[in-house]
Design a protein around this ligand. Structure first.
Ligand code: PMP
Length: 418
């Protein structure tokens, strides 16, 4: 029998991530009978709201392929939602629905030949996607305590490199730091983007879990150059439903068209029952307002508690203003060389899994790491939160386990190791 010749994948730029290595160690520890606290994974702890689940059940019979850009009623609902929540005017025809925003981000990088600008620290997948499609990328460092991108740093980068096509990915509430931009900061960034004609992908997937419900979209200040990215994964608890969207200004119709064409040649359309159901997450239902209010109250109180614990144990960090994460820097740890080793030892010695800053574009010697504080039963926590006026330490101890215990173990380990 003839043998197959050696098969060589042609994808370049892929490397195994430290996330996988940590997951493997977790699996091994659990198999050996150890308890592991998973503060590595950034999944919503909250259930999908009941009325959205009901809408999915009611639409299980939907079986037709839908148009590549998405179900027109859903595209209109996305545009209306942006108008209502952000004061941003967009047309339903300029929306694209994807199987999660991650795929849409990949397609955008594929169709737009531009240098990718990434504020550091930033989410794990932007850079590998750029590498896979052969785009150049630059991490933009911030010297601010809260990690926010400085307009001056963006301007200096663009001036030093001369004119070229550029794509800036802004992400806030930020994964991994929890940082959010104020209206003034967005305005200042918008001026620089306009000056250098930068296309902005504003990754606002955590907008609904801004702790004070005060998210402001970049598209408010730079409407002509901003593609807004959002979806059901984080603030509607439906990561596994795989539904996200981009909304484009008319000025970027060429990018919209190119991506729509690519969709026809790749995933065709997102599954129809979920597209019909998603309308109910966007249509200003009274239950959604209560769900978001209580999700934010729980996350805000827990983020505050975790930040306090970390500071008490000697870590340096900014307060999170939204999302699921904190991004502390550790100092003076004995016999630890970099952030990857720090995370390995923390897992082996205290059973707490967090991700090293190197996964988010930071140097290993900085000893930074991302703590995801969402390992708890969100259904119970939401129900209990609706019944109390204040979310205090006793509430967190009762309803936000195992996160609260994990933070205690992390703090104890830090004390012992420094
Ligand atoms: N952007 C950020 C910042 C994220 O944290 C995630 C999910 N972890 C995504 C995009 C992708 O989300 P999805 O594909 O589920 O829409």
């Amino acid at each position: 029998m003839d043998m197959l010749p050696p098969v060589t994948p042609t994808v370049v730029g892929l490397r195994p991530s430290a996330t996988l290595a940590i997951n493997e160690t977790c699996r091994q520890l659990i198999a050996d009978g150890h308890t592991v606290y998973k503060l590595g994974l950034g999944q919503s702890p909250f259930p999908v709201p009941d009325h959205v689940v009901k809408a999915l059940q009611d639409n299980a019979h939907q079986k037709a392929y839908l148009s590549a850009r998405g179900l027109p009623e859903l595209c209109d609902a996305v545009a209306a939602h942006l108008g209502r929540t952000e004061g941003v005017s967009r047309r339903g025809e300029m929306v694209l629905i994807g199987p999660g925003t991650k795929e849409l981000l990949f397609l955008l990088q594929f169709v737009y030949q531009a240098e990718l600008l990434l504020p550091s620290p930033g989410w794990v997948s932007y850079e590998p996607q750029a590498a896979v499609v052969g785009r150049s990328y630059s991490w933009l460092n911030s010297d601010r305590e809260d990690w926010g991108l400085c307009p001056q740093a963006l301007d200096a980068h663009c001036r030093s490199q001369g004119a070229r096509a550029r794509l800036l990915i802004l992400n806030y509430p930020n994964n991994p730091s929890g940082h959010c931009y104020s209206a003034d900061e967005l305005q200042a960034l918008a001026e620089v983007c306009r000056r250098h004609q930068i296309v902005v992908l504003s990754d606002e997937i955590y907008s609904g879990v801004h702790f004070r419900g005060e998210h402001v979209s970049m598209a408010r200040y730079y409407p002509e150059g901003t593609i807004v990215s959002n979806g059901l994964s984080k603030w509607a608890g439906a990561g596994g439903w795989r539904l996200g969207w981009f909304s484009f200004p008319d000025e970027l119709a060429a990018l919209h068209r190119a991506m729509e064409t690519l969709i026809t040649e790749t995933f065709t359309s997102v599954n129809s029952p979920v597209q019909y159901a998603a309308i109910s997450a966007l249509d200003n239902h009274a239950d959604m307002a209560v769900y978001l209010r209580d999700s934010r109250r729980v996350l805000r109180a827990l983020a505050g508690h975790c930040a306090e614990q970390l500071r008490h144990a000697g870590a340096e960090l900014a307060d999170a203003e939204g999302g699921f994460y904190l991004f502390p820097r550790f100092h003076g740890l004995k016999e630890i060389e970099d952030s990857a080793q720090l995370c390995r030892r923390l897992l082996n010695e205290a059973g707490v899994a967090i991700l090293p800053g190197t996964d988010f574009g930071r140097p290993g010697g900085e000893f930074s790491a991302r703590v995801a504080f969402v390992d708890f039963d969100g259904a119970q926590a939401l129900k209990a939160a609706a019944a109390v006026a204040d979310i205090d330490a006793a509430f967190l101890k009762q309803y936000c386990e195992p996160t609260v215990t994990a933070m205690g173990r992390l703090a104890d380990w830090l004390h012992q190791t420094s």
